[in-house]
Design a protein around this ligand. Structure first.
Ligand SMILES: Nc1nc2c(c(=O)[nH]1)N[C@H]1C(S)=C(S)[C@@H](COP(=O)(O)OP(=O)(O)OC[C@H]3O[C@@H](n4cnc5c(=O)[nH]c(N)nc54)[C@H](O)[C@@H]3O)O[C@H]1N2
Ligand SMILES: Nc1nc2c(c(=O)[nH]1)N[C@H]1C(S)=C(S)[C@@H](COP(=O)(O)OP(=O)(O)OC[C@H]3O[C@@H](n4cnc5c(=O)[nH]c(N)nc54)[C@H](O)[C@@H]3O)O[C@H]1N2
Ligand code: SF4
Ligand SMILES: [Mo]
Length: 697
């Protein structure tokens, strides 16, 4: 019997927790959290534990596939890797020859392992790299940038030392990051208060010391009133504001009409409740985390909600503080050279981006652009033709609104490729499917975690690939070899790691003992005085020149949300602890735990519709309908219905998920055009549906 223990990185969701994998006779026996990261507490979440089921799942693409029928018909020709990569490279070269490299577009799932494929895009000369983030956290990222010139990840959430944590649009105990959850649990045990502001009582609300149910779409009103109360009662940190905030007077003036009494009428939350809450916050300051949100692509004013949250953190002095949002350290901050980047091998493409970011819209960050605007460019073939699109670990047909429209937009493509480890709506609709090895079967690039205690980490292969799949670096190497980019061609992953570590003074052996290389002994809390923001004044700027130059106000007056018409409900959604987005619903273990989603509907509303708990109901919008079971509950606001995202699969290859539950994104007609012009993200919750008892005829 052979036994080994491999340090690796979980790939069941976007968090990428460091893990330890026990392997016996070439089989994965057990997966636990990497013990060298104390906040993992040796744990993984339910999805992390179900990695073995993914590994053994025969219902995932097993070889490269080239489309034999129409797009989406599900007719495939099996191909060898040489055939598939030849096919893709030939098409890409054709597109490049006919329309220029800029006609090649690519999107991924973001994260720490992108360096090589982004270099590949730079190498072939296209500016059209996008990621999923306009469907997720763009608004909060842009909010952070607009105030501090630094992205949202310039600070950590110091849950461990917090005295009061506020979750608004953030369901931390179901939308899980294992280390954050463990740290918050520790803090709660030590007496940290938890406030949850949500449209429904989720699991986080069940653990909260205060839960406020808010009317959907009115969070900005609530937050403006919080700012009003902080300023009016002089509860804010005056010293901090004087030293580090620019434009306070404009804020003070702007906020005058937004009293707690005014907000009560919008939000349904009593003025006295708001006042007590603010008083408590001020007492706990600066060890307060008002989480700025994560899946913030919800409303047309979500960007301003995120901005108001950062402003509140600044008023409380918690921005930059221990127990609040302290600054993270990068390798250079601790005297270590960073990883050598493949991206630096090539010059930046000179072409403008197809999505308009950086030239038409200068208030948006260049890097990942806005994928929904790339799709629009594909539809209109403007500002120039886009003819090839590679969805790399990305499923836009599940993750963006109105998939039928998106399919039509993609009709203009000569080549649509999906690189994936499971079936997805996008893979099913592609011309070529390139199966990625699961994370247990592949190595990844070495990555950097900027943190209070920064580290490098690496994913190692725990077991050999079960099917004919390849690792990311092998796929990119294969394409690079065929597209004349010899710098990106590697036969051995060790050589690739060596390239990355060249300037660090480390070798890959330095990762053997722990699976990671710590760059500092202890958590480092930077002094605020030593910190400079990336703004003109070097301070947190309430007034943003960039926003205003792009026709967006720095301080936006509140506008009430659209109210649902009689008989309609706002469609809202979120995550559960058992599933990741749309790609675990067919996982044998997780499907068993939760095979379908339900429609949360308020008890009084259900009574009006004669709907009882567990009844089959029909959800409709513009003549489109799907059925789902009702979950009748007092714990959701009457204006909204809620589903867990990711269900309603209709791919024949996925027998377990097929036909179960409802796909929220299909009830967002026209949704690709409804987006936040200041923050950039799609506004997914600006859609309404009707509900009726029983199955539609
Ligand atoms: N188990 C699990 N964990 C995950 C993921 C996963 O798929 N599964 N995905 C990861 C990813 S990519 C992300 S972005 C994060 C997302 O993390 P979160 O953003 O925390 O997760 P969500 O469940 O989308 O939404 C949070 C809450 O917003 C509430 N909400 C909806 N509308 C409103 C409103 O108008 N006002 C207020 N105040 N609340 C509202 C929902 O009811 C929900 O409880 O989770 C990450 N972690
Ligand atoms: N209607 C609606 N739309 C939403 C959301 C919603 O709640 N409702 N949520 C939004 C959010 S927060 C996000 S982040 C996006 C997510 O949208 P996506 O980023 O498209 O979601 P994932 O399911 O994470 O997509 C990853 C795809 O890559 C494949 N894959 C390949 N390799 C790997 C790997 O190593 N690990 C993982 N995990 N996957 C791999 C998976 O099989 C899957 O098909 O969707 C957004 N869209
Ligand atoms: S949160 Fe869970 S699924 Fe996501 S990386 Fe960590 S263990 Fe894996
Ligand atoms: Mo997300």
């Amino acid at each position: 019997m052979t036994k080994k223990s491999v340090f690796s990185v979980c790939g069941m969701c976007t968090i990428r927790c460091p893990i330890q994998v026990e392997v016996e006779n070439g089989q994965v026996e057990f997966i636990s959290g990497n013990p060298h990261l104390p906040a993992m507490k040796g744990a993984v979440c339910p999805r992390g534990a179900a990695g073995t089921a993914l590994l053994h799942d025969s219902e995932r693409p097993q070889t490269p596939l080239i489309r034999a029928g129409e797009r989406g018909e599900g007719k495939w020709r099996k191909a060898t890797w040489d055939q598939a990569l030849d096919y893709v490279a030939e098409k890409l070269n054709q597109v490049k020859a006919e329309y220029g490299a800029r006609a090649i577009s690519f999107s991924d799932r973001s994260g720490p392992f992108r360096d090589m494929h982004r270099a590949f895009l730079k190498g072939i000369g296209t500016p059209n790299y996008n990621n999923h983030d306009s469907s997720c956290a763009r608004n909060v990222q842009h909010a952070a940038l607009s105030l501090t010139g630094m992205g949202r990840k310039a600070v950590a959430y110091d849950f461990k030392n917090a005295k009061h944590v506020v979750l608004q649009f953030r369901n931390i105990f179901e939308a899980i990051n294992v280390q954050e959850v463990n740290n918050l649990m520790d803090a709660l045990e030590k007496g940290c208060k938890l406030t949850v502001i949500d449209i429904r009582a989720n699991i986080s609300a069940a653990k909260a010391s205060r839960f406020m149910m808010i009317r959907p779409g009115t969070d900005y009103a609530f937050n403006l009133a919080v700012i009003h109360e902080l300023i009016n009662k002089r509860l804010y940190d005056e010293q901090f504001v004087n030293r580090y905030v620019e434009g306070f007077q404009a804020l003070e003036q702007f906020i005058t009409p937004y009293t707690p009494e005014w907000a009560e009428k919008e939000t349904g939350i009593e003025a006295t409740t708001l006042r007590n809450f603010v008083e408590e916050l001020a007492k706990a300051a600066p060890s307060v985390i008002w989480h700025p949100g994560w899946m913030t692509a919800r409303y047309k004013d979500s960007f301003y909600i995120c901005r108001s949250i950062y402003i509140i953190n600044a008023l409380l002095g918690s921005y930059g503080a221990k127990g609040g949002l302290p600054f993270v350290s990068k390798p250079a901050d601790v005297g270590v050279n960073g990883l050598k980047s493949f991206m630096d091998l090539y010059p930046a493409p000179k072409e403008k981006r197809a999505d308009g970011v950086g030239w038409k819209y200068t208030h948006f960050e260049n890097g990942p652009g806005l994928a929904h605007l790339l799709f629009k460019a594909i539809e209109e073939q403007s500002p120039y033709p886009i003819k090839a699109y590679i969805a790399y670990r990305h499923d836009p047909l599940m993750g963006y609104p109105d998939p039928d429209r998106l399919r039509r937009m993609w009709d203009n493509l000569d080549l649509l490729v999906s690189v994936t480890f499971s079936w997805s709506d996008t893979a099913w609709h592609s011309d070529v499917v390139l199966p990625l090895s699961t994370y247990l079967e592949r190595e990844s690039l070495i990555a950097t975690k900027n943190d209070l205690k920064p580290y490098f980490f690496v994913r190692k292969r725990a077991v050999a690939p079960r099917y004919d799949s390849l690792a990311d670096w092998e796929i990119i190497s294969g394409l690079a070899r065929r597209m004349n980019l010899p710098e990106l061609v590697f036969d051995r992953v060790e050589d690739l790691w060596k390239f990355q570590l060249r300037d660090t003074g480390m070798t890959i052996e330095d990762f053997n003992a722990k699976g990671l290389a710590n760059l500092a002994e202890e958590a480092i809390y930077k002094k605020f005085e030593d910190y400079t923001f990336n703004t003109d004044s070097g301070k947190i700027e309430i007034l943003s020149k960039k926003l205003e130059e792009n026709g967006q106000p720095s301080l936006k007056p509140y506008e009430p949300p659209t109210s649902p018409k009689a008989g309609e409900y706002r469609l809202t959604f979120g995550r559960c602890a058992i599933h990741t987005q749309g790609h675990t619903v067919n996982n044998p273990l997780l499907n068993e735990q939760m095979p379908e989603n339900t429609l949360w509907i308020n008890t009084a509303e259900a009574q009006k519709l004669n709907i009882s708990d567990r009844d089959i109901v029909t959800v409709s919008q513009n003549g489109y309908s799907e059925t789902i079971r009702a979950q009748v509950t007092d714990h959701i606001h009457p204006e909204a219905v809620f589903v867990i995202h990711g269900f309603g699969h209709r791919i024949k290859a996925e027998s377990r998920a097929f036909g179960k539950g409802l796909a929220d994104n299909k009830f967002m007609a026209g949704g690709l055009d409804i987006w936040d012009k200041a923050g950039g993200a799609v506004a997914y919750q600006e859609h309404f549906i009707t509900v009726s008892k029983g199955q539609a005829q």
